[in-house]
Design a protein around this ligand. Structure first.
Ligand SMILES: Cc1cc2nc3c(=O)[nH]c(=O)nc-3n(C[C@H](O)[C@H](O)[C@H](O)COP(=O)(O)O)c2cc1C
Length: 364
């Protein structure tokens, strides 16, 4: 990164190097996982390696890949979404990892299973905790204990491939209404066995996934768990109505070996619970003592760097400096601005392109 920091810039704490869960990072900025559909047959192409390398060489400390399907026929249906399976896919990922490392960055693979949001293909129903889906969609298969064991083996296998190709960390996608989040959310988890009921019991299968991944990664590679209250198709949904309920869920992840919590929300400045200004990442850190990552509408317009207030860079930086969270993920801002971090560090707000939906269609 070649940026020169403007004197007194509020960006200073955000571009300071840090070590999180034993991982030395060049800045506090993380690239949020974003599905881009550029991996025909599940194999990331050289274009994918270049795409991540460009963000790493422009100051992103940690890249979290787009969601990567674990090796199971129910994980996902799209042929352009990458996979993490033994075999030819490994060479594709090795190229990605080497590109990011060559640019001084670190990279985590995000492990994904779509749960009920996978379309039924080949006549095979989607796997779900309780066969409850959105109105108007087929019910889906209720997972048995044997199914859970099968999936744990798939996650474990993916973790072994991730370690083999050199990923620095693995992120488990337990957010946004996909399979693991369907266990956490009472609306989709109506089970009456050990995997349903209280928040701790709803967390039991996702925590078993954390344990399986942890057991199959070298001890120096952190396990990150991404979770959210909202669902992609239900913004007001919640997995925890109170901090005590959230503590039950997150404590299960910690006991299973999670090292970092990635608290996904749509706007980082919004409090997670009434009575405290802390956002979801703030609560995650406070309740568990683990380092946390915040995310949500950071830097979407050049104004973010110019104005003041809670929604601006100064609001974000002062919360980080106060220890509310440790890292800050950028999603959409990085689609149209591979150099967002260096521009922000140098105070070049005019160089930043405001986010537009059309950025999701291109691949600079
Ligand atoms: C095109 C696109 C694809 C996404 N794909 C994923 C994904 O694969 N896994 C995931 O956890 N979140 C995914 N997200 C959510 C982002 O990681 C991020 O949380 C969200 O965009 C909010 O951050 P932002 O306001 O900085 O964009 C995606 C978002 C976008 C815009």
């Amino acid at each position: 990164m070649t940026a020169t920091l403007a004197a007194g810039s509020p960006v200073a704490p955000l571009i300071a190097p840090v070590t999180v869960a034993g991982m030395p990072l060049r800045t506090r900025f993380v690239m949020a996982p974003m599905t881009r559909n550029r991996a025909p047959g599940g194999v990331p192409t050289p274009e994918v390696a270049d795409y991540y390398r460009r963000r790493a060489e422009q100051g992103v400390g940690l890249i979290v890949t787009e969601g990567v399907l674990v090796d199971h026929p129910t994980a996902g249906h799209e042929d352009t979404v990458p996979r993490l399976t033994p075999g030819p896919v490994e060479a594709g990922w090795r190229r990605v990892v080497e590109a990011v490392h060559g640019a001084g960055g670190r990279i985590a693979a995000q492990l994904w299973h779509l749960g009920s949001l996978r379309e039924p293909v080949d006549g095979r129903a989607a796997w779900t905790p309780s066969g409850v889906r959105e109105p108007g969609r087929p019910a889906g298969h209720v997972m048995t204990g044997a199914d859970m064991d099968e999936l744990l083996a798939s996650y474990a296998a993916a973790a072994r491939v991730a370690a083999r190709v050199g990923f620095d960390a693995v992120e488990i996608h337990a957010a946004h209404g996909y399979l693991l989040d369907e266990f956490l959310w009472p609306y989709t988890n109506r089970r009456t066995d050990a995997f349903g009921g209280s928040p701790a019991r709803r967390a039991a299968f996702p925590a078993a996934v954390v344990r399986a991944v942890r057991a199959n990664l070298p001890a120096d590679r952190p396990v990150i768990v991404r979770f959210s209250q909202f669902k992609e198709r239900a913004f007001d949904a919640r997995i925890a109505d109170t901090p005590a309920e959230l503590a039950e869920i997150l404590t299960a992840f910690v006991a299973a070996g999670a090292d970092v919590l990635h608290a996904s929300q749509r706007r980082f400045w919004q409090p997670a619970f009434a009575g405290s200004p802390w956002n979801l990442a703030g609560w995650a850190k406070h309740l568990t003592g683990l380092p946390s990552i915040t995310v949500g509408s950071v830097g979407l317009t050049r104004d973010f760097l110019r104005r003041g207030g809670p929604e601006s860079v100064s609001g974000l930086a002062s919360r980080l400096a106060a220890g509310e969270f440790d890292l800050v993920a950028l999603g959409r801002a990085l689609l149209g601005n591979p150099a967002w971090v260096t521009h922000a560090a140098a105070g070049r707000s005019a160089a930043i392109v405001d986010y537009r939906k059309s950025h999701e269609e291109v691949y600079p």
